[in-house]
Design a protein around this ligand. Structure first.
Ligand code: SF4
Length: 327
């Protein structure tokens, strides 16, 4: 098993014949994810540190993952300290950095270093790239069925796309499950074409955000970061694929993608999710400047669990306001 702290070039792990594990996914799907956070705090993580970082730490220990790729640039400002704490536990950490300026040369060097670490040749990485892109295509179709045909819920859309980061550790079965889901979804009657919302920002730590949004008569038809995990663009090579991937780069690159999708998907309003104690909260002011033609609700989450009463009331108020604006 090879763990990682955010989406990395999965092709290298698959070509190396190892099982990929996105620590975020095993943390948030753990029935005791609350306890994982408590355990990290007991170990000495500060209360005012992001819940995801604490969850990643405990999840790695619980699953006895002995090797972890830590993304030191392009994801989280806390990862370097997390990497050091994991080293203290005897875990091998492999740093990987997305270059802030999207330099092709630097990214190629980083991917090459990662491949060398796992004894993967360029030809093997390329073969894995073609293989995984075949699987990703099914998830792209699930996304299309969400916004174009209204046959997939916002939560299903979130689930399938977020899982592409590690393909649940087993790409072959993931592919089979995605095909089965697609067959079933294509037979569904379209969902009522109510309010169409976008979800932008890191994936939510809330467990019922999509369900509550749908109860209120709105549906998320665009999950920004989760879609990025599925590598939605056609790229000419593995390196170019990870240059087109917007999440690790500056907010303006992300906003170019967001604006295009908001228009294509006929979005009525935007939920911007921010995580407590995350540096990305600062970017909310840029998001609001750039997307000022649409109503935006900024929601903040801290620990895993259902929406708290205040957040739920704010969401209800937002949906009512967007409905009134649209009618
Ligand atoms: S939510 Fe922010 S602080 Fe937390 S892990 Fe992600 S990037 Fe880091």
């Amino acid at each position: 098993m090879v763990g990682f702290t955010t989406t990395i070039p999965l092709e290298i792990i698959i070509a190396a014949g190892k099982r990929p594990v996105d620590l975020n996914n095993i943390f948030i799907t753990d029935p005791n994810c609350h306890t994982l956070i408590d355990e990290a705090e007991m170990a000495g993580f500060p209360r005012n540190c992001c819940g995801w970082i604490k969850g990643l730490y405990s999840a790695a220990l619980h699953h006895n993952i002995r090797e972890i790729i830590a993304v030191t640039e392009g994801d989280c400002s806390n990862t370097k300290a997390l990497m050091e704490v994991l080293q203290l536990q005897g875990i091998t950490t492999v740093p990987f950095a997305y270059p802030y300026d999207r330099s092709r040369t630097t990214l190629e060097h980083e991917i090459h270093k990662l491949a060398q670490h796992f004894d993967v040749t360029p030809a093997q990485a390329d073969e894995a790239w073609h293989y995984l892109n075949g699987i990703r295509a099914h998830v792209h179709e699930i996304d299309r069925l969400t916004w174009e045909e209204n046959r997939v819920t916002g939560e299903e859309n979130h689930f399938w796309q977020v899982c592409t980061s590690d393909m649940n550790g087993d790409p072959q079965s993931f592919q089979q499950q995605a095909k089965t889901f697609l067959e079933e979804a294509r037979q569904r009657q379209p969902l009522p074409d109510g309010l169409r919302l976008a979800y932008i920002g890191v994936p939510p730590i809330f467990t019922d955000l999509y369900a509550v949004t749908e109860e209120l008569g709105a549906r998320v038809v665009f999950n920004e970061t989760q879609r990025q995990f599925s590598m939605p663009y056609r790229a000419s090579s593995l390196i170019e694929q990870y240059r087109h991937y917007t999440y690790p780069y500056d907010v303006f690159v992300r906003l170019d993608d967001i604006e295009k999708e908001l228009s294509q998907r006929r979005i009525d309003g935007v939920i911007h999710y921010v995580q407590s104690f995350c540096f990305r909260q600062i970017e909310d002011l840029i998001v609001r400047q750039r997307l000022k033609h649409l109503p935006i609700l900024t929601l903040e989450g801290d620990r895993p669990g259902p929406l708290d009463a205040r957040t739920r009331i704010r969401l209800e108020g937002f949906v009512e306001m967007v409905k009134a604006r649209r009618s």
